[in-house]
Design a binder for this molecule. Sequence first.
Ligand code: NCD
Ligand code: ZN
Length: 388
Amino acid sequence: MLTIYGNVFYKGRIVECGIEVENGVIVDIGKDKKGKKVDGIIMPAGIDVHVHFRDFKESYKETVESGSLSALYGGVCLVVDQPNTNPPIVDEDIYFRRMEIAKRMSYVDYSLNLGLVEDNVDEIDEILRKIEEKHYIPAIGEVFLRGKMSVRYETLEKAKKTVNKLITVHAEDPNEDDDVNAEVKAVERCLSIGKFHFCHISTAKALDMIYNTDSTSEVTPHHLIYSKEVVKLKVNPSLKSNEDRVALVRNFHKADILASDHAPHTLEEKWEGAPGFPGVETLYPMFFYMAKRGYIKISDLVEKFVINPAKIFGFDRYGGIEVGNYANFAVFDPHSEKPIRARDLHSKVGWTIYEGLMAVFPKEVYMRGEKVLEDGEILIDRGFGKVL
Ligand code: NCD
Ligand code: ZN
């Protein structure tokens, strides 16, 4: 038995107490459980439900190894990787191939969505069944409605009828030129089909439409922090006007999940217009800093980056610091704020749109009770992460 003692984010506030851990799981929490005191604030580790770790033929820009290392440095202990890889994850063989890579290479716990395309919709149930004999699939998607790997609404509807599984959608209508309308229109259409999880929502209007339905929503740091007037780089969904951005910030409380949409590309590819930004390492540090400054509530951050991701994607034993959950913690020293520098980050791409913004990076990270990061040093090997 191991006891981790200190200032713990427990049941919505910070209290001084001890956490007893056995076989990686929290078995008791209490003021009387004493142990060696950990400096800083012991937060539950983050869960990033939207990362693109590339690998395969795009290993030059990110791999499961480099992406998961970046996640660990950012206080994230579980990721959901997306299937729009090259080749894409649209059948059981490629799914198993990817999980073999993750078993050997991932620093953090790893899960993988199954892709839905026009070509596999008729077999999707069968593919799911084969994979689920070996692995836990958090969701189908992200399903694209426009661009590469896109499916028609009718196909989405068909999938919705045949599978009893969370489906995550990249909601942008293919026939609408205006990006705000494209999102609103796609969300409206999807809501008429049924329950979905909507990835990276970038407009207050769409967020509001999803709120109070049984569907769920996700927002990203880049849509909250930057407008198209300030950052000219391409991302899908696009950055919106500053007015739209402010409206999104004001409606932040309506979002269920905060996720990075970590989408790395090389600088050369960015100049050629490749959409997406890296962000798995900077999300928790930036938002912890904002919470420290009082811009957001720390309990909202935990709800959207830890509790709801576990709940919505069905991750047993993950979530807040609670008896029965894994002892996965990110320890932040609130006094150690510093500007984000791309050279300090661990994604392969070597750049960030958050250069110079203030953040508090975790000084220690624990996974299943084991200290895996301390003062910038990784104490475990790749492959330590559990594949779900
Ligand atoms: C993502 C990517 O590069 O894989 N790009 C992006 O701009 N967000 C795809 C996606 O999630 O839309
Ligand atoms: Zn997307």
